[in-house]
Design a protein around this ligand. Structure first.
Ligand code: EPU
Length: 423
C-alpha cells in the first residue's frame, strides 16, 4: 500500500496563501551551523522532510537540534564529534553532500556517502571535489564514500566548469577558515547562495561578490553564532502562481520575493496571466486560456528547472504549440508520460518537450517520480475533469510544506488516500 492524493478537478483557487521558507536555502544554512561552536538559530525553516532528514544527519554527528517554535530551529554544533554522513541519509537526500565543505573547513576531515544519481539525472559532484582538492584537501573515494582530509586549507582560485548551486555552497563553507584568499569563479548566482553568504557574513566571515560569478572569501579564525531568517521559497511561491493561473483563480501569494521570480513572472505574463504587486505579496488572476510560450531552463536568473514540470502543465492547456527546453538535468521529463495519461499531447525530442495545447485534461491515476514532478501532477489534477489519483506523494513531502493543507485553504478538493501501488 502507498499514500496518494485524490484530487477532484475543476475548482478555482481563491484566497491567500503564505509561502514558507526556502528548502534549498534552509539546507545549506543548517550545514553552516557546523562551522560555529555555539548555537545558531534559523527562523522561517519549512517543515518538510528534507529538513527532518538533514536534522537527523546533523544529530548523528553530535549536533543538538531543537525546534523552538514551529518554524524556528536551534542547532548547536559545540558537541560535534562524528564527521560521517552515512549512506542511508544521503541516499534519501542528495543535499547531504552539503556537510562535506563545512566538515573539512572546521574539522579538517569528512566522510560522506557518495551521492548517486537520481530520477532527474546523473548529478555528479566532481566540481565539489575538484574545489576541495584545489584548497588543499586530499580526496579519496572508497566503498561508496568520499574521504576528505586536510591539515589546513589554503586559499586559491577555483574555476567551476558549471555554476553548481550546492558546489558553490560547499566551497564557500570550506573556505571561510582557509588561509588567505579564495576566489570562486563561475559561481552560482542563485538567491539561496546569496542567503547563505548573508548568514556567513553575519557570523563574521569575510566574503564579497555573492550574486555575481566571482566570489571572494578571506579566511577568518572563527565564526560567531547568529539568528538568521531564511528567504521565502521561490519554487513554492512559483508553484502557487502557476496553480492559480491554471485554475483561472484569483489568489494573493504572500511572503513571496518577486525579484527572485522574474523569469517565471515574465513568462506567465507572456502567456496572458495577470499579476499585480500588492502590499503583502503578488496577486495572480487569470480569465482565459493561456497562450503558448516557449521556455528554456537555465541557471539563475534564467527560468528555474525546479518550475519546469509545473509550467509544462500550464502549457499543456495553452492555445497553440510550445517548446520547453531543459538544459540543467538530462532526465527531467519523467512527468511527460504521466501528463499524457491525463490527455496532454507532449512529445519529447532530446532536451525539448513539444507541447500541443489541448482544451482540457481528464483525471486518471498517475505516479510521481520526483519532487517537482509530483507537484506538477497535483496541479494537473486541479484542472483535470473528474478525479486524479497522484501516487508517490513521499516525493512531494520532501520539499513542500503542507502543500495539501495550503491548497485546501484555497478551495481545492484534495485528500490523502491509501492506494495499492501494484495496480
Ligand atoms: N554538475 C556537475 N558537476 C558537479 C555539480 C553539478 O556537472 O560537481 C551539473 C549537474 O549535473 C547539473 C548542473 O551541474 O547538470 C547543475 O547542478 P547543481 O549542482 O547546480 O544542482 P544541485 O546543487 O545538486 C540544486 C538544488 C536542486 C536544483 C538545482 C538546480 C539544492 C539542495 N538542490 O541542486 O533542487 O534543481 O540546484 O537549480 O539546492 C529541488 O529542490 O527539487 C531540486 C532538485
Amino acid at each position: 500500500m502507498g499514500r496518494a492524493y485524490k484530487v477532484e478537478g475543476g475548482w478555482r483557487l481563491k484566497g491567500r496563501v503564505k509561502v514558507s521558507g526556502a528548502k534549498n536555502a534552509a539546507l545549506p544554512l543548517m550545514a553552516s551551523s557546523l562551522l560555529v561552536e555555539k548555537p545558531v538559530v534559523l527562523e522561517n525553516i519549512p517543515r518538510v522532510r528534507d529538513v527532518k532528514t538533514f536534522s537527523l544527519l546533523l544529530e548523528g554527528m553530535g549536533v543538538k537540534y531543537e525546534w523552538i517554535s514551529p518554524s524556528t530551529l536551534k542547532l548547536d554544533a559545540s558537541t560535534l564529534k562524528e564527521v560521517k554522513a552515512p549512506h542511508e541519509l544521503v541516499r534519501a537526500m542528495r543535499a547531504g553532500i552539503l556537510v562535506l565543505g563545512p566538515l573539512v573547513g572546521r574539522m579538517g576531515e569528512a566522510q560522506v556517502s557518495f551521492p548517486g544519481g537520481c530520477a532527474i539525472g546523473a548529478r555528479p559532484v566532481d566540481q565539489h571535489l575538484k574545489g576541495l582538492e584545489l584548497l588543499g584537501a586530499e580526496i579519496k573515494v572508497e566503498r561508496g564514500y568520499i574521504y576528505a582530509k586536510a591539515k589546513k586549507l589554503k586559499g586559491t582560485r577555483i574555476y567551476l566548469d558549471v555554476p553548481t548551486v550546492t558546489g558553490t555552497e560547499n566551497l564557500l563553507m570550506a573556505s571561510v577558515f582557509a588561509e588567505g584568499e579564495t576566489v570562486i569563479e563561475n559561481a552560482a548566482l542563485e538567491p539561496e547562495v546569496v542567503d547563505l553568504v548573508k548568514a556567513l557574513k553575519e557570523m563574521g566571515a569575510e566574503i564579497e561578490g555573492e550574486g555575481t560569478p566571482t566570489i571572494r572569501v578571506r579566511g577568518v579564525k572563527e565564526l560567531r553564532p547568529i539568528t538568521h531568517r531564511v528567504i521565502p521559497d521561490r519554487i513554492e511561491g512559483g508553484t502557487f502562481l502557476i496553480a492559480s493561473a491554471l485554475t483561472k483563480g484569483n489568489v494573493l501569494v504572500e511572503d513571496i520575493e518577486v525579484g527572485h521570480l522574474e523569469a517565471l513572472i515574465s513568462k506567465l505574463e507572456e502567456a496572458g496571466v495577470i499579476l499585480h504587486k500588492e502590499n503583502q505579496g503578488l496577486r495572480v488572476s487569470s480569465y482565459s486560456r493561456p497562450k503558448a510560450v516557449d521556455v528554456r531552463t537555465a541557471p539563475y536568473p534564467g527560468f528555474p528547472t525546479d518550475l519546469q514540470p509545473q509550467f509544462m502543465v500550464l502549457m499543456s492547456l495553452a492555445q497553440g504549440l510550445s517548446v520547453i527546453t531543459e538544459t540543467i538535468f538530462e532526465n527531467r521529463f519523467l512527468h511527460v508520460n504521466e501528463l499524457n495519461r491525463l490527455g496532454a499531447k507532449i512529445k519529447v525530442q532530446g532536451q525539448n518537450a513539444i507541447i500541443e495545447g489541448v482544451p482540457h485534461l481528464t483525471g486518471a491515476p498517475v505516479m510521481s517520480t520526483d519532487l517537482r514532478a509530483s507537484a506538477a501532477l497535483v496541479l494537473a489534477g486541479l484542472v483535470a475533469e473528474g478525479e486524479t489519483l497522484v501516487g508517490g506523494i513521499d516525493h512531494l513531502e520532501r520539499g513542500y510544506d503542507d502543500f495539501k493543507g495550503k491548497l485546501r485553504e484555497l478551495g481545492a478538493r484534495i485528500e490523502e488516500v491509501e492506494i495499492d501501488e501494484n495496480h
